[in-house]
Design a protein. Structure first.
Length: 157
């Protein structure tokens, strides 16, 4: 079953400087089953990302996400596996009320410098619903079998 464009959430986007961004594609799904849209670097000059270095890479885009949704910024698996380049705060969140430039926080966890060029696909954008919560203070919480068992509590297998 394929979804029609009528089933999709509409996110308004605009180039912050159309003359500078005219050569770049809008974020897009590379395959029919892709969850994320690849987004490109809108760099004026190449950026060499050294091992351990963090950089905020511009996309040249601003977005208007409908209330009740967010855009999650996720790593591209090929960049992460092949080069160790990933999203610093994965997944990053773009809130529905943010109207500034979408920038991608990258970090090079690899052993070698990685060259980022204008137009390189550097991240994925995933549109996701957000559930707002109301916190209710309780004197005590209902107990579960797990209880307060934390990291590694259930074993390694």
């Amino acid at each position: 079953m394929t979804s029609s464009s009528a089933d999709r959430v509409v996110v308004a986007v605009c180039w912050l400087d159309r003359e500078k961004s005219g050569d770049l594609p809008l974020p897009c799904y590379e395959t029919d089953g892709a969850a994320g849209m690849d987004v490109c670097a809108a760099l004026d000059a190449d950026h060499l990302l050294h091992p351990g270095e963090r950089a905020l890479i511009p996309t040249g885009l601003a977005v208007a996400i409908p209330k009740g949704y967010e855009i999650q910024v996720r790593p591209r698996s090929g960049l992460a596996v092949r080069h160790g380049v990933t999203i610093l705060n994965a997944p990053g969140t773009i809130d529905s009320d943010y109207r500034g430039e979408v920038k991608i926080a990258l970090i090079n966890l690899g052993r070698d410098p990685y060259l980022i060029k204008r137009g390189d696909r550097i991240a994925q954008l995933v549109v996701a619903p957000v559930a707002a919560a109301t916190l209710r203070l309780q004197p005590k919480l209902e107990q579960t079998r797990r209880g307060d068992g934390g990291f590694g509590h259930t074993g390694v297998r």
